[in-house]
Design a protein around this ligand. Sequence first.
Ligand code: AMP
Length: 285
Amino acid sequence: MQIARTIADFKPMRPQWQSEGSGVALVPTMGALHEGHMSLIKRARGLAPRVVVSIFVNPTQFGPHEDFENYPRLLERDLEMLEEVGVDAAFIPEVAEMYPPGFKTFVTVEELGSRLCGVSRPTHFRGVTTVVLKLFNIIQPHIAVFGQKDAQQTVIIHRMVRDLGLDVDIVVCPIVREPDGLALSSRNRYLTSQERQAATILSRCLDLAEQTVKYGENRAAVLLDEIRRKMASEPRVRLDYAEIVDCEDLSPIETIEGPALLALAVFVGKTRLIDNTYLRRFSHT
Ligand code: AMP
């Protein structure tokens, strides 16, 4: 596995791979890798002969009082995991490499970035789209692989790719969960054992909604009331939002007809966790 710490380090790899006729798949991450990330990398392996994984804790997607400083950084262990799974190159730039002094350019997908997580994290998605576009420009992948875990992110990146005519296919992989339903996340390591137990409320609420839809309920307000009630039964958990939205424009919907995105964000202690599922109207015919 080659390791590129700078854009200049990475540059010679592209023409070399191109001359071999090899396509490139990129998996962007912030490190502290877990089986969720690994599932994306394995998928990327099946999609392109060359796989690049970026590890970059991107400061512009963190708000002023968020966990940028404390975000887990486990680079040596991450690189071992990447070597083991068989990645061609790891791109691991420093902040000054991605944001040189005087950096002024940001990419914003209007409206979509202000909904759901954008309400409590107003600059988050502008940080995400800016760094992802910059990674696309540096790595020039044919394919980029993201996780459904960050559903709003995938919708926004799809829109950026479409709006800017970027020549990259976006592939989205399912959420990898612990046996008890908790979605894997680098932030789960912040949780105390009691918080870890309480955090299963997220997937339990998603299950409840899926079951309720299965039994014929398709009114979003009723489903969201049930979720809020269930969340309230878990004293360690504070709901940030629970919304049922259109899969493309993320606007709230009243009745589930086609597939709809149920997205949840909570605070468990000080840790903010998200989870989601697609709800589909159940046909009894
Ligand atoms: P992060 O390192 O948290 O920025 O995540 C990097 C990529 O891994 C994103 O596309 C995430 O959606 C994806 N990811 C994170 N957790 C999971 C998970 N539990 N299952 C599948 N993909 C995930």
